[in-house]
Design a protein around this ligand. Structure first.
Ligand code: R5P
Length: 285
């Protein structure tokens, strides 16, 4: 087996190669002066089972994955498993308005053309996987975040999801940590003020962690953290699988949260947790 890491997923590709005891195939990926992408695999892939790791965000990383796949298919490989740690466009998973594209489907249709198996990590809506005609597996990053929490000097005492739909993630983390979990509910105080409150737990004097799949603008977590602190939480740790941090979100988060952590599905200053273990397990299946 050989691992190929696209330019968006070098960290994870290295960890995955280590986890699987496989070689990382040296690959050059660069941009021409006009911005077009150039890829060259500097290894012999003939007769190999290949695992390609590449997040498809931002847009140029999607173009790159298509080009890497083409380079891989120039060899006589036995199979190609494509790991998409952060699957860009997964949130446009239906037509919210007439005339819109189902962007997640458009992306899936192209990626699957060259893949024998697809592995994603905490894909926003698992229903998106039905658009791949090849076997798929979505890996949860929550056990890895839970392990990270466990290793802290003062682990969180309460795990909260930002909304009811994400409750399962908080439950998954809390069951590993052996602590309580809940989800946040919005309460309108007046025309301009909205407070977020744990549905049934008292956070006063407690160390709290909020877990989510994605932090994008950070709006949800900033609001939640401010509310939880006002309710007496002694600390608030923000954790997510995919740290997108649009519009300087990280700066805003660091002003209100005690710490911010994410996984290596997107390589950022907060990628302190690797999802390699879960991805390796899905590859071995
Ligand atoms: C929403 O459904 C997702 O799970 C995240 O809660 C959302 O993407 C976070 O967005 P933002 O960071 O912009 O508040």
């Amino acid at each position: 087996m050989k691992i190929i890491g696209g330019s968006a997923s070098q960290m994870l590709a290295r960890s995955l190669a280590q986890e699987l005891g496989a070689d990382l195939a040296p690959t050059v990926s660069k941009l021409f002066p006009d911005g077009e992408c150039y890829v060259r695999i500097e290894d012999d892939l003939d007769g190999e089972e290949i695992v390609l790791v590449q997040t498809t965000h931002p847009n140029d990383k999607f173009v790159e994955i298509l080009i890497i796949m083409d380079a891989i298919r120039e060899f006589e490989i036995t199979s190609l498993t494509t790991v998409i740690p952060y699957f860009g466009y997964a949130r446009q998973d239906k037509k919210f308005n007439t005339g819109e594209a189902i962007s997640a489907r458009a992306m899936a249709r192209h990626i699957q053309l060259q893949s024998d198996k697809i592995i994603t990590v905490d894909i926003h809506n698992p229903d998106v996987l039905r658009w791949f005609d090849v076997p798929t597996h979505d890996v949860s990053g929550m056990p890895r975040l839970a392990e990270y929490f466990k290793g802290l000097e003062q682990p969180p005492e309460i795990i909260l999801a930002p909304d009811e739909g994400a409750k399962h993630r908080a439950v998954e983390v809390a069951s590993i940590l052996g602590c309580e979990s809940d989800y946040l509910k919005k309460h309108r105080i007046d025309g301009t003020t909205v407070e977020m409150k744990s549905k049934s737990l008292n956070v006063d004097t407690k160390r709290v962690a909020i877990v989510d799949d994605i932090i994008s603008t950070g709006g949800t977590i900033v609001k939640a953290t401010e509310s939880l602190k006002a309710q007496g939480a002694s600390s608030v740790l923000a954790a997510c699988t995919h740290g997108l941090y649009a519009n300087n979100a990280l700066e805003r988060l660091e002003k209100v949260c005690d710490s911010v952590v994410s996984t290596d599905t997107l390589e950022t200053a907060t990628s302190k947790v690797s999802v390699a273990k879960g991805v390796a397990k899905a590859i071995r299946k």
